[in-house]
Ligand binder design. Structure first.
Ligand code: C2E
Ligand code: CA
Ligand code: CA
Length: 632
């Protein structure tokens, strides 16, 4: 509850109480304005009463009675006029109309035809003084005038002025009160209009970025469609969703997240023309309406521009942060809501293809999205239902076929779909944050099971998303502790693309992992930029040569490429594991090149834990015997 003293000489107050939200500053200003208007009206009444009392005690009863009657009428008219003005303010009549009515009433009640409301720089000395001194100013010499300040949200912004041509014009106390009361009402109307204007703006804009919100965007989209009529003219909508935003928010904090969203809004705007509308739907979702774009091709060009704008890192809380956006594109003339939904669906597809991509909407995508949503819901429950498993693919020493270790690979035994391979669910997990639980499960399971075997290594895949979290190091330490696995038997695989987007935080985290005594491998080496820069920056122990190099190794050019990788490893002191060896000729060639380790269907597929137990003596020994008949 808020009480505003009325200052009416009787200790009156205007009291307002509300359940729920407290009154905000704009509402308080409005309330104070109302209290002042009320006090002015009350004071005016008091003055009239006082004058009447005085007159009653005088001797010229008859004459006074006539005057009294006149005053009564005047008071009546004032109160009626104020009532009308108050009603039009509360009915939100157009501001100009209200102000015009106030000026008209002022002239009428004061019997002065020259009333004026001046806003801004006053070109009248009396009005200027009233504004500068923020009080009623009365001048009764030649050219009588009177001015009262007018406020907007408590600030003086103008004055209500009357001037008179009548010689010897004076202003009685009640006339002064009338002007003050009307000026207060003008203040009230102006403040209310401004507050309402701000509220309307607030209701239609995102407070963080200042961009239009969903409601305004849909409205603009609907208008754009209406302007095109039924002639089939089309508009384009781009739906942009940031990749990895949640991680950035989680790891750098909400303020950093907010700062990033503001910069993103600016970059997106920088890619658009004046006739385009960019809006923020909430979270990390932005949409763009392209009205004057003539084809899907042109819309794609805009999406490319946006993608380009994201290639420069963002500078957030003093750090460089790389963020990309997945963009869905739709072009059409269906209902606004539907266009937006379809753009969203296309964005979803773009995201599924990897980060920083765009996709153009096609009707068939809708079913895919539903399927994916269903998969995500199922995956959320998979762990507690015990549907997740870890399979192990042997890694062998190429020189003699000896079992050197295993790679842990996640598997999902879905009750309806059967055994779901990782490419079908790892991306879903990465997008929905499930990857953290899933990654921890694989890590703990692999460490626990590997600790039961002999001294061989176990390699575990880490998602880039896991690496972004500060608690990863503790998680690895706990997995080692709980399982009793010697740290140097654990190898963590990180893909090359993750290392390309390195940050100081990544480097520090990798160093912390190394301090635990574990080893690090670059997964899918050769598929990224294979830049030497990161190899020297990161404390790496092993390179996993990506399958395409193994596939090509039996051709002369392919062999040259593979050799480059092996030589690179040798010069940096890193051992190489060749991935996806399927044929004997590939094995032979890789051995010739001096590649130390390999894995692939040629030796063994990923195996269940039961098969790994049985493998130890039999399977691998057999396959080694078959593959290495000379017992090399
Ligand atoms: P990756 O890390 O490159 O793992 C090697 C993939 O190649 C495995 O696929 C493996 O089954 C397959 N592979 C092995 N030898 C051969 C071969 O001779 N021929 C062919 N065609 N394929 C071979 P998988 O198990 O389907 O895993 C696919 C990818 O999913 C993995 O690629 C890895 O990036 C990801 N992944 C698997 N498990 C996990 C996990 O626990 N965490 C994370 N973050 N990612 C995982
Ligand atoms: Ca791997
Ligand atoms: Ca790999």
């Amino acid at each position: 509850a808020v009480a505003v003293a009325l200052d009416d000489g009787h200790g009156g107050a205007l009291i307002i109480a509300r359940v729920g939200e407290p009154l905000d500053e704009a509402e308080l200003t409005l309330l104070r304005g109302m209290a002042r208007a009320l006090a002015q009206a009350l004071q005016l009444l008091g003055a009239v009463e006082a004058e009447r009392g005085l007159r009653q005690r005088s001797e010229q009863q008859a004459r006074d009675n006539a005057r009294l009657l006149g005053m009564h009428r005047e008071r009546q008219r004032l109160l009626e006029a104020l009532g009308t003005i108050q009603r039009s303010i509360s009915h939100r009549a157009p501001l100009q109309d209200i102000l015009r009515a106030i000026v008209g009433t002022t002239g009428e009640l004061l019997h002065d035809p020259n009333a004026d409301l001046m806003i801004g720089e006053p070109d009248d000395a009396v009005a200027g003084r009233a504004m500068a001194e923020n009080r009623l100013v009365v001048v009764e010499r030649a050219g009588a005038a009177m001015a009262a300040p007018v406020h907007e949200q408590g600030e003086v912004i103008g004055a209500l002025l009357v001037t008179s041509d009548v010689p010897d014009r004076t202003y009685s106390r009640s006339e002064q009160g009338i002007l003050l009361a009307l000026a207060e009402h003008a203040s009230l109307a102006l403040t209310d209009a401004k507050t309402v204007g701000a509220m309307v703006h607030q209701a239609l804009h995102d407070s963080l970025t200042g961009l239009p919100n969903r409601a305004l965007f849909l409205d603009r989209l609907a208008h754009a469609l209406a302007r095109r009529g039924t002639g089939g003219g089309e508009v384009s909508v781009l739906f942009c969703d940031l990749d990895r935003f949640k991680t950035i928010n989680d790891s750098l904090g909400h303020e950093a997240g907010d700062e990033l969203l503001i910069s993103v809004a600016q970059r997106v705007l920088g890619c658009l023309r004046g006739s385009d509308t960019a809006a923020r739907l909430g979270g990390d979702e932005f949409v763009v309406l392209l009205e004057d774009v003539l084809s899907t091709g042109e819309a794609i060009a805009v999406a490319d521009r946006i993608a380009d704008a994201f290639r420069t890192p963002f500078s957030i809380v003093g750090r460089e942060v790389y963020v990309s956006a997945s963009i869905g594109i739709v072009r059409g003339h269906t209902a606004a809501e539907e266009l937006l939904r379809n753009a969203d669906v296309a964005m979803y597809r773009a995201k599924a293809e990897g980060s920083g991509r765009y996709a153009v909407f096609e009707p068939s995508m809708r079913a895919e999205v539903l399927e994916r949503l269903e998969l995500e819901a199922d995956l959320r429950r998979a762990q507690e239902r015990g549907e997740l498993e870890v399979h192990y693919q042997p890694i062998v020493a190429l020189v003699d076929g000896e079992l050197a270790g295993f790679e842990a690979l996640a598997r999902w035994r879905h009750p309806r779909r059967g055994l779901v391979p990782p490419p079908a669910f790892i991306p879903v997990a990465e997008e929905s944050d499930l990857i953290h639980d899933l990654g921890r499960f694989v890590l703990e399971t692999a460490c626990r099971q590997a600790a039961q075997w002999d001294a061989r290594a176990i390699t575990v895949n880490l998602s880039g998303r896991q690496l972004e979290r500060a608690d990863l190091v503790d998680q690895v330490a706990a997995a080692l502790d709980d399982s009793g696995l010697e740290p140097n038997r654990l190898v963590l695989e990180i893909t090359e693309t993750v290392l390309m987007h390195d940050t100081e935080a990544t480097i520090e985290r990798l160093a912390a992992l190394k301090r635990l005594g574990v080893r690090l491998a670059v997964d899918d080496f050769g598929t990224g930029y294979s830049s030497l820069r990161y190899l020297s920056r990161f404390p790496i122990d092993l390179l996993k040569m990506a399958k395409p190099f193994v596939d090509g190794v039996s051709t002369p050019q392919g062999a040259a490429l593979a050799r480059t990788i092996v030589d690179l490893g040798a010069s940096l002191g890193l051992a190489i594991i060749a991935e996806g060896i399927e044929q004997g000729v590939q094995l032979a060639q890789l051995r010739r090149l001096g590649c130390q380790y390999g894995q692939g269907y040629l030796f063994a597929r990923p195996l269940t834990i039961e098969k790994v137990g049985a493998l130890h003596d039999s399977l691998l020994a057999d396959s080694a015997a078959a593959l290495y008949p000379m017992g090399v």
